[in-house]
Design a protein around this ligand. Sequence first.
Ligand code: G3H
Length: 224
Amino acid sequence: PRPILLTRHGESLYNVRGRIGGDTAISETGELYAKKLANFVEKRLKNEKAASIQMGTDLQHLIEQSLGELGRAGRKIGLKAIIWTSTLQRTILTASPIAGFPKIQWRALDEINAGVCDGMTYEEIKKNMPEEYDSRKKDKLRYRYPRGESYLDVIQRLEPVIIELERQRAPVVVVSHQAVLRALYAYFADRPLSEIPHIEMPLHTIIEIQMGVTGVQEKRYKLM
Ligand code: G3H
């Protein structure tokens, strides 16, 4: 089994001010998390490499005997982890201390688009747009922000990401956002649609998903 690591970005400047959306940098606390995450990923995926090499030794000998250098190169490439981020600053900055792994930005991993409410606090939405606030509270899954997205929209745009995650043979580290990670996590943990908007997805915590023949296993690492 190969691991998929899911994490939110480190605390952003908007998180500090209780504002949703935006494209702010990360706070000092967020930067600290970024460093801890890099440490964790480098150690965790080094172990992964060792374990895989041990398990597949016989097969690898066989491949290396017949393919020589090519076999050895293939083994290295095959185990290399990939870091996926959204296109927003806070995930790119969170991934930036992770060295030695390729990084890819996906627009599909961007946070739910809060449309006209982008940059507001929940208090401000409640005060200035009470009907919007109430509709979302009533049906958070289907509620679509004016000129923005609903959770269902997010789930739909994640389809290509999920297909690629299933297809990948290397470990993948996904650095994304609360709403998006709720949807991704629900897919792997087989949680019902109705629960998605309410799944707990704390900052500064890594959720490791292992997909094996016996099903999906999960571990959580709270780094701060
Ligand atoms: O900025 C958006 C939040 O991360 C999404 O959280 O869907 O619980 O409002 P929410």
